[in-house]
Design a protein around this ligand. Sequence first.
Ligand code: URA
Length: 268
Amino acid sequence: MPRLDLLIAHNLGLSRGQVTRAVRAGRVQTPEGEPLRDPGLKIAPSALPQMVIFAHEPLVLRVRYHLLQHKPVGVVTALRDDRHRTAYELVRGAPLGRDLRAVGRLDLDTSGLLLWTTEGALLHRLTHPRYAVRRTYQAALTGPWRAPPPELELDDGHRPEILDLRPLAAEEVHPGLQVPEGTGALASITIASGKFHEVRRIFAALGAEVLGLCRVSFGPLELPRDLAAGEHREIDLHALFAGTLHPAPLAAGEAPDEAPPDPLLEDE
Ligand code: URA
């Protein structure tokens, strides 16, 4: 069960020693102003997030945090980058921002739904091919595309699993999709994997070039139409994915999933 001192250190990026001194000096209190003087006080996970007062300021104690970002075009999915602004710069001020990591990647020129989480085991499951989380993209294309052959193979030998591919009606276009001049067709495509430039390479193999690309859903999550590019909001990934992450059977010779067990998901 999490301890008070470790939780405060985790949430504020302080050392345990700094927190212990603050607790002993009575600088950590309940919201009612009662001093909490035991640094080792156990706090039940079910009681989190929980508010305390730390050095006269309210502080919400958490063990994890997840958010959904509307990644804009023109930022890279990275923690730091020498040439471009990063998607991380837009979320690092969130609670537990130091520990947030992106769930997969979107290209510099792709906008749309990007999840961030502080939990490594959950991140692993959401991105691992065995769990085949469905992703839907809207694309602005140079023109019509050919129907995919049954065994479509990309330049690196990858065989994309296209679950849905259809023309997109103008009234369905998400506000997050940029439709540049010269667009000759609009498409919606759903795939079950997240290989490098996968959607761009699928359309290239089908005879069309992607001019604008926006991820509009990931698993059961949709990019809210009222979430402007660059904004984000807190979500509860465990609740939203509960019961949906089922691993596919291992193929011959395939290594088993090595993510540490996640107690919350093990309960499914
Ligand atoms: N496929 C792409 O080509 N680019 C992305 O950003 C995501 C999927």
